[in-house]
Design a protein around this ligand. Structure first.
Ligand code: ZN
Ligand code: ZN
Length: 103
């Protein structure tokens, strides 16, 4: 996640966000009283596109021997362009081959 900081003074503590009509967030800095807008949509760090999809990720931890315990699920954004194969694998409900193999 990218941290939102004031483009004027660099603080992240005095920012107030207001959604605007065009889907952006207008941020106002209480410290230096400037306001700027930010696109809240997640963007791909590889192609900088906005074709992102929220994929539930299961957090699994190896505990004691070979037992796997599920720690939780969080949503991760994946790019429909760059991560297309991974998204397809998750959609199909199959584990990637390298995790399903023996040893
Ligand atoms: Zn500021
Ligand atoms: Zn991408």
């Amino acid at each position: 996640m990218t941290e939102i900081v004031c483009s004027g003074c660099g603080t992240d503590e005095h920012l107030r966000g207001t959604p605007t009509n065009d889907g952006l967030i207008e941020l106002t800095c209480d410290a230096c009283r400037i306001s700027f807008t930010r696109d809240p949509r997640p963007s791909c760090p590889k192609c900088l596109g906005f074709a992102m999809e929220a994929m539930p990720q299961v957090i699994v931890e190896k505990s004691r021997g070979s037992q796997m315990s599920i720690q939780g699920v969080h949503r991760e954004f994946m790019c429909r362009v760059c991560d297309a194969d991974q998204i397809a694998v998750k959609r199909d409900g199959h584990l990637p081959q390298r995790l399903g193999g023996s040893q």
